[in-house]
Design a protein around this ligand. Sequence first.
Ligand code: ADP
Ligand code: MG
Length: 699
Amino acid sequence: MNELQKSIIYLNGVGPNRHALLKDEFGIDTIQDLIHFFPSRYLDRTKFHKINQLPNSISEIQIIGSITNLRTIQSKNKSRLIGSFEDETGAIDLIWFRGHKWIASNLKLNTPYIVFGKINNFNGSINMPHPEIELLSSFKLKKRISFNTIYPTTERAINSGITQNIFKKMFYEFFESYSKPFRESLPTNLLSYIGLISNDLAIRNIHFPESLEMLAKAQKRLKFEEFFYLQIQILIKNKQRKKKIKGYIFSDIGVNFNDFFHHHLSFNLTNAQVKVIKEIRKDLATGRQMNRLLQGDVGSGKTIVAFMSMLISIDNGFQSCLMAPTEILAQQHYKLFKKLSEKIGVKVDIITGSVKKSKRIPILERLKIGEVDILIGTHALIEDPVIFKNLGLAIIDEQHRFGVAQRSKLWMKNTLPPHILVMTATPIPRTLAMTLYGDLDISVIDELPPGRKMIKTVHRNDSKRLSVFNFIKKEIKMGRQIYIVYPLIEESEKMDYKDLMDGYESISRSFPLPKYKISILNGKMKNIDKEYEMNRFIKGETQIMVSTTVIEVGVNVPNASVMVIESSERFGLSQLHQLRGRVGRGNNQSYCILMTGNKLSKDSKLRINTMVKTNNGFEIADVDLKLRGPGNMMGTQQSGVLNLKIADLINDNDLLILARESVKKILEIDENLEKKSNQCIKHTLSEIGTFKNIWNYIS
Ligand code: ADP
Ligand code: MG
């Protein structure tokens, strides 16, 4: 066995308990895992500061000096220990709030020490709370590491005694005793071409940097490597996928598509819609399974693209289905598709949780013998009794609501997998898309239908509620409709529910019957009631819809012109953007009013300001990525791809592109990695095993 594959239990000081803990908390099982557990921060311990020249920064610094006196100060029920610490240029206070006695009895006065810590400037006097402190004489004796490495840790690890010192000791012991070079994982010509140091140097320097310069080189090398192996796995899989997965050939563009396109389309498609339909048409005719992501901002007209794609499927003798994340949305699609289909004689049906058994059974039977052309539904669609005669195209709307496993179920129902089109209004930032999908097919509708006016977005405090209500009244007078949305976040569901009900009551008071009619919608209501309320609003019987975020996705009421979002500081950016997309769907000037309390966190402010500043989903996605980090972006949780150890999608974008280009070049020349120089890649890939999760995302 390769020595690095041994369990860390063989290291001095690591027993079964510590091993289990390190494995649980950090995934460190083998030595290989350990050496790839990188510090998250480094502190420069080569620099000493003079007291009269302390930097104005928040990072830790170190000073050489002596303690000239120690005193305990009592205030109320707390006491603190203060030591005056002097060098030849001035004095600061060292402060301890805990452990005085031990500290006071162990410190020596007027003896040179090194203190290390953060500097506080309190009312003009400078102090350093809870410094690390060490006698200068013993500091000089030790073989110093010029950088203090800080490893990422967890509360549980700290509480179980895995301190930074323990980490350092583990690494120190291992590196002291292991003198063999670490195997190189990248081709040497690539290393010299990009200007990267060897794996061996990089691994040693990432844990024990010789200098700042070497640290930077080690980081660059390891980041590049991480991106390189991420990309190579994605691109190899991609090639295999494109080669292997056969799909139905939809070569005919027949009567249904043409009839609809020429005679029944009530508007001209936008150029972007035309482009995307062409891309889809082309995909469907290749004999490979289509696996395409369709991105288009809210209101960009994805639904009609979905419908027309389904007509292609029908023209070629196949069924299609459309899966929506909510009952409301499924119903809405059903109504629209039914209306559109009636003109051309295409048969549409719906299956959701609330479609009664007596209705459901005949639908299922018709589906099985091919008498249903288009089936619309919620996740009920992929439940066991739903059997298609020949499903040729599956479309998934607003996919972030669906679990991955559910999607792959659709596959099982056929001999060949159906073509898959996933539609989303939440744009995925380019870097993320690149990382997640490699070359996977993405279509973008980057244009809104003509005549749309920019939604005007404003931020209002609770104190402006009256003027907001007056504004709403004016809009209603002009015949428009209003959404008022309350947050409903799982952890505090009860309280949120109360907020919603209180809100509803106060709105009912401000907008009294009979002049104003209000609908209310929340997740706790029965589907039939939800549908009833939604329909009243769609038909214009009610002017105000008070709702939780159940209406977030996809709902289309073009006459609605104002979206009021209560406690909007509690929503994420993509959610805010989705909600705002419920208005601005017709030709009226539309408004989004973001209500917040007075106190906002920095992040909330940035979110609100971003919403006020831009309507562009891609810009919003970028800010979202920066705020939340890639791990929290939609869809990525399941992918596991983005548990990057050292590289950072946002800050290391250049390296990502470089790695990707390098991988492409290598695979172009040596697709199966047979060249001698590429054996190190093959070896490393076999060590990594396959990243099973990557393809979860779209499959
Ligand atoms: P989304 O992309 O958010 O799903 P929809 O498909 O619901 O958007 O479309 C929003 C609205 O725009 C619908 O009322 C739809 O009929 C309309 N629409 C779509 N395409 C066009 C177009 N090319 N011209 C005019 N209106 C369009
Ligand atoms: Mg939609």
